[in-house]
Design a protein around this ligand. Structure first.
Ligand SMILES: O=C(O)CCC(=O)C(=O)O
Ligand SMILES: [Fe+2]
Length: 193
């Protein structure tokens, strides 16, 4: 049971992709943006302006699970993703300004990488309304989700069938007008904290 009534707005069964409404309250979205803006100001190192062209947004990890709001959000995420929060990497906040994007990628590490505790699922939560652009798109599925404050998209990629995992290729389309803020939770097969 979660502490909010979360709605399933749209769903694809294979691979499982679920668009969720009412995942976060407006206040929770604002708090996550505030925490990461503070952090960007506090520490220049925390703000990684990606040099590579795959992702042009700014990003930072929220490590403040002692914060009551963050702890409450993490509990809800663990319930929705059906994985203990100890499997989670910590919330990553991304900020995109006009022209910034995240090109199509997989969230799991390829079988040729040395990573042993791979990612298994992702929850991308939208923290604001984007005036234009910024959709999360799944090019192999011809499917895209428009960012709406408080909504989220969940997908998983721990199928035995690698073709299904490959279908979770996704990206963040360039923001055209306005800003886009998202919080991403990646879950790993085994505990990471
Ligand atoms: O910004 C988006 O819509 C996608 C974000 C994403 O793919 C990620 O954080 O792994
Ligand atoms: Fe991703």
């Amino acid at each position: 049971m979660t502490d909010r009534t979360i709605d399933i707005v749209a769903k694809i069964d294979e691979p499982l992709i679920v668009v969720l409404g009412n995942m976060l309250s407006d206040e929770e979205c604002d708090e996550l943006i505030r925490l990461s803006s503070d952090k960007m100001k506090r520490s220049k190192i925390g703000t990684t302006r990606e040099e590579n062209q795959l992702r042009t947004s700014s990003s930072m990890f929220i490590e403040e699970s002692e914060n009551l709001i963050v702890a409450r959000i993490e509990n809800r995420i663990a319930t929705v993703m059906n994985i203990p929060i100890e499997h989670g990497e910590g919330l990553q906040i991304l900020q995109y300004t006009p022209g910034q994007q995240y090109k199509a990628h997989h969230d799991f590490f390829s079988s040729t990488s040395s990573v042993t505790n791979n990612r298994i699922s992702t929850l991308v939560m939208y923290l604001n309304d984007v005036e234009q652009g910024g959709e999360t798109f799944f090019p192999h599925l011809n499917f895209s989700v428009s960012p709406r404050k408080g909504m989220a998209v969940y997908f998983e990629y721990f199928y035995d069938n690698p073709t299904l995992n490959d279908l979770t290729l996704h990206g963040g389309a360039p923001v055209e007008v306005g800003e886009k803020w998202v919080a991403t939770q990646w879950m790993r097969k085994q505990k990471v904290r």
